[in-house]
Structures are given as C-alpha cells and as structure tokens.
Design a protein around this ligand. Structure first.
Ligand code: BGP
Length: 490
C-alpha cells in the first residue's frame, strides 16, 4: 500500500482564540461567552440576573481562576509559537478569529480596527512561516452582549450581525485565508447550547439553576444558524472566489457503536449519530433539513420560523468541504444513560478497546473509529474532509532534565494516522490532518492547563502561576519526521 499521504496534504496544528490568545479585554475586545466560563462543561456561567434591567450581566466568581483570560498569551507571543510550528515543517495552522475583537458587542455598525490589525499581522506571520491559515469564524466565541441583549442565535437579528462580521473579515483577509470554517462543533448545540450555539435563556426567567434552555429557542437557533451558514458560503464565494468555506462538526459521535446486536441498540445508535452529528451535517452538506429533525419538532409541538428565502439559501449554498474533530468512539445501549463531554459520547465502556488515556480524563483510544467516521461521512456527503482536531490531553510534568517523554501521545497519533491512510485508500478525500493543541493551551471542557495536548510544553498551571516558557516534548521531533516524510515515516 502507498505509504505516503497525498502530495498536497495539509500537516498542521489547531488552536482556538479563546483557549490560547489571552488578552481578553485588550485593544477594544469585549467579553465573549467563554470569558465568563471555566471550561464549557461547567454549567454555571459567571452571569447574574439584574432585576432592574431584566437582563443577565457578567458577574465573575471570585473563587474561580479564569485561565482563558490570559491563556498562554498567544496574543503577544504568536511569533515565537509559529516559529516552533514552522520548526516541525507544518504547512497549515488553524486558529479562530475572536468575533469580539472585530465587533466587540457584536452589533456595532463599524469594526474595531485594532482587532482587524491583530489578525492581519497573525495571518501574515503564518504565511511568512509557510503555513496556510485555516480560520474558524466562531469557536465558542459569540460576543457576550449578543447573548445578554438578544438571547443569542434564537434571535433572527444575529443573522444580520453575522453577515456584517463575515463580510468584514472575508474582505479584509481576501487572498490570505483560503480555508474558512464556520461554527466550531455547532452540533454540540443540543447538549451545550450556551457556548456551541451562542444561546442563552432569552426568556427573562430568573433562575438560580444552571441556565435552562427552552426547546423552541434551541431549534430556532438551529434554523438561524443554518441560514447564517448558507450566507457565509455565498458571501465567501462572492468576496473571494479562491476561498473555500467548510462546516466544522464534532464527529467522535459518528463513531457511536451499538452495544449489542439488539435492534433497539442498533436503531438507538443510529438515532444518536443523527441527533449528535448528521442533524447539522445533512443541511450543511445536502441543503435539506432532514425528516427526523422535523419529527422532533412535530412531537415537541414547535414550529421554528424559517422563511422560503432561508430554505432557498440553505439548499443552494452548501459547504465546500467538511471539517471535523475526532477524539474517540462511544457506545449506545438502550439501558444506559449517555453522557457527553468535549471528546464525544460517553456510553458503556467498550470492552474491545484495550487502551484509555490516563486518569482523570480516561478517554478510550479507538483509531479504527476514525477510519469508520471518515468513511461514513465520505459516503454520506461525498465532500472533501479536513481533520481539524485529533489529539490527546495528558497530565504531564517535565522530569529533572526538563524533558517530557510523551510516548502515549506519539502512539496515539501514529495509530490514528495509520487509519487516516487506510481511509484515504478507501477513497475518502481527506486533505489534511491538523493536530489539536500543538502547544499546551487551556482545555475547552474543563478550563484547565493541566490537560496538556501539546508537542510544546507551556509553563502555566491551573492556579494561574507559571512563566509561560515554552519547551519541546519528545513528540515534537517525532511529528517533524512524520511531516518531512509526508507520512511515510510513521
Ligand atoms: C473540542 C473543541 C476544542 C478542544 C477539544 C478538546 O470540543 O473544539 O476547543 O478543546 O474539544 O477538548 P478539551 O480541551 O476539553 O480536552
């Protein structure tokens, strides 16, 4: 079998503004929703209900450490970090534009020039270092004001604010950014509507429970995002015909296996694939809102507002490619409650998977699940696929020589790349692999620094201390060789 990957294969790393930049209020930026959360798995955002204004407002918890506010100071250190990425021979790098740097409240008429300038300089640096920018337009970074003032994506006005934002950045970065991703892991909306879909409780319900979401709001947000996504493709192609616009879905949940051959388990696993992934993939890639979604609406007695022109947009402007995160597989069993986290579905442990990552996260390791996921999505959508997140978080500490021998990470990546190569041989048009978290950054799910993904160690800790010094782990040189050989030296 041909051991090399396709000649134009993109080898790179991926991060997100809110997990690495820091500078959370610098140069005009205003808070986004993740700035009031310590990890997106934490249900209680730092918000308080104001009886007077009848609105939610930011109220940070003095007992919590919001590591994302300083991140790893990528905002000021990106040249050093990109130099390290270049040192591995990467030819692509993914990050996000924090919407709140461009339109701090999200509803302004004019953009914030200091924010535009930062990303101009950042993208210029990537290109100088030989890396294609792969840019996410919204990576859980909805401006907080759009949530507290409008209730987030369940309010149709956000479509216009979004069109203004993407028109601004498509125009400004025309010719620099060829690959745009719309809403990071927006399919997590059903379980995590506050950050994934920028939804907040739009009914001024004063509740001391974690923000409850009205089902009707969630599905109205869904419809508005489908429309906004279509507008993004249309505007992208009109402003820069050379750019491509892709969706980005958390796809570990595609690898949800029925726990037994009980038809209930088989049907249940398929339903879970649908309501965890395909319910966005289908309209994004085929232009059709599927019948199983409309059944949910019928049975919930809701009828989200969707105009004829919206449906036309959704049908005509499907995405150019499908991008995905994959971390692990899960199982569905009719008699087990499913849990979820940023890695995907957590059902009954799969007895056929020998390995899990070390505690406390203990994510099962299933490389074949990635081959399965790539094939399922390829066969369903017939679109090119870009892997924009795959990686493993480990609790690591440099030894007495300042070294980190991260063999577990090397093995994890090796085994997953072997399966990516199999998928390419199967006919899947996979055109890149961007490793998640090439330098240690703040964990999305738990808001920790302790959960380290990087080839590069960053000296920062959960309590906020640390020098931010960067140092190389063993995996850095190993991945460099993989890239140099275009995957032949796996
Ligand atoms: C995905 C997010 C990323 C990244 C990844 C790992 O959901 O798109 O932001 O963080 O999960 O999750 P975690 O950081 O919680 O380990």
């Amino acid at each position: 079998m041909n051991k090399r990957f396709p000649d134009s294969f993109l080898w790179g790393g991926a991060v997100a503004a809110n997990q690495c930049e820091g500078a959370w209020l610098t140069d005009g930026k205003k808070p986004n929703i993740t700035d009031v959360m310590v990890g997106i798995n934490s249900p209680e955002p730092g918000l308080a209900w104001n009886e007077e204004t009848q609105k939610w407002e930011m109220k940070l918890d003095p007992k919590k450490v919001y590591l994302s506010h300083e991140g790893i100071d990528f905002y000021h250190r990106y040249k050093e970090d990109l130099e390290l990425m270049k040192g591995m021979g990467m030819n692509a790098f993914r990050t996000s534009i924090a919407w709140g740097r461009i339109y701090p409240n999200g509803d302004e008429e004019e953009p914030n020039e200091a924010g535009l300038k930062f990303y101009d300089d950042l993208f210029d640096e990537m290109i100088k270092d030989g890396m294609e920018p792969v840019i996410t337009l919204s990576h859980y970074e909805t401006p907080l004001h759009l949530l507290t003032e409008y209730g987030g994506w369940s309010d149709r006005r956000l479509i216009e604010f979004w069109k203004r934002y993407v028109t601004t950045v498509f125009t400004r970065y025309k010719g620099k950014v060829k690959y745009w991703l719309t809403f990071n892991e927006v399919n997590n909306m059903y379980r995590r509507p506050v950050v994934s879909a920028g939804l907040l409780n739009i009914h001024p319900v004063h509740t001391d429970k974690p923000l409850e979401m009205e089902t009707a709001d969630i599905w109205q947000g869904y419809c508005n995002i489908l429309t906004a996504n279509a507008w993004t493709v249309k505007l992208g192609h009109e402003i820069d015909p050379d750019c491509q616009v892709g969706c980005m879905l958390s796809s570990s949940s595609v690898a949800t296996y029925p726990y037994t051959c009980d038809p209930e388990d088989v049907m249940g696993a398929y339903q879970l694939q649908r309501i965890s992934n395909f319910y966005f993939g289908d309209p994004f890639c085929t232009g059709i809102i599927p019948g199983y979604v409309k059944r949910i609406w019928r049975e919930a007695g809701i009828a989200p507002v969707l105009y004829e022109e919206d449906l036309q947009m959704i049908k005509e402007y499907t995405v150019d490619f499908f991008s995905l995160s994959y971390y692990r597989s899960g199982t569905y069993s009719k008699d087990t409650e499913n849990a979820y986290d940023t890695g995907g579905v957590k059902g009954k442990p799969n007895p056929y998977l020998a390995k899990t990552s070390p505690a406390p996260w203990s994510w099962p390791v299933d490389p074949v699940g990635l081959r399965y996921t790539l094939n399922v999505l390829s066969d369903r959508y017939h679109k090119p696929i870009l892997i924009v997140e795959n990686g493993i978080g480990l609790d690591e500490t440099p030894d007495e020589n300042g070294e980190i021998h991260d063999d577990f990470r090397v093995e994890y990546i090796h085994d997953h790349l072997v399966q990516v190569r199999e998928a390419i041989e199967d006919g899947c048009e996979v055109f890149g692999y961007l490793y998640w978290g090439p330098m240690d950054i703040v964990s999305a799910g738990t808001g920790e620094m302790k959960k380290r993904y990087g080839f590069v160690y960053v000296d920062r800790h959960n309590d906020g201390t640390g020098t931010l010094k960067r140092s190389l782990k063993d995996s850095y040189d190993w991945f460099k060789k993989v890239i140099e050989s275009n995957g032949e030296e796996l």
